[in-house]
Design a protein around this ligand. Structure first.
Ligand code: NI
Length: 163
């Protein structure tokens, strides 16, 4: 069990578009195990590779009954709309209300390289979208109007200074 250090805003890797996963070997399986350990240790529901400093299109999640590993994730369908609070381990879990589609269909490869599709709605759909964004170098705060984005960053920096 290895808990990796979580990268935090504004580290550069968080805003880079990830490289595709091309090797589906034991090393990838071990990496995914570390990502789960790191995610559970921080009480998160999803964690993407850039959040442990790796420029890779990969995430793990365990959210609202959906537990999966997604390599090379793509959102291939969305429907509806929802607005609720969201946070990110890389931004100190400072919450902000983000508008997202209500339903999302994820297409990705598992740790063996097999392609799958999975539908989700509500919180789990939000997680698909949030984690896939990480693989594209995007944070949830990038969906916020500038003023609210600045407020989240300000609160995050303030809380960090108390540590
Ligand atoms: Ni996040």
């Amino acid at each position: 069990m290895t808990i990796r250090k979580i990268t935090e805003y504004p580290e550069a890797v968080l805003s880079q578009v990830g490289q595709p996963v091309t090797k589906f070997d034991q090393e990838l399986a071990d990496l995914c195990a570390d990502m789960y350990d790191t995610m559970y240790d921080s009480e998160g529901v999803g964690l993407a590779a850039p959040q442990i400093g790796l420029n890779l299109r990969l995430f793990v999640m365990d959210c609202a009954g959906i537990k999966l590993i997604a390599a090379n994730p793509e959102i291939i369908h969305t429907e509806g709309e929802q607005s609720s609070q969201e946070g990110c381990l890389s931004v100190g879990k400072v919450p902000a209300v983000v508008a997202r589609p209500m339903e999302a269909r994820l297409k990705a490869q598992n740790e063996k390289g097999e392609w799958f599709e999975q539908d989700a709605e509500g919180y789990a759909a939000r997680c698909f979208l949030h984690e896939t964004d990480h693989c594209d170098g995007k944070l949830f705060i990038d969906h916020l109007p500038k003023l609210r984005r600045d407020m989240v960053i300000k609160r995050f920096k303030k809380e960090k200074s108390w540590e």
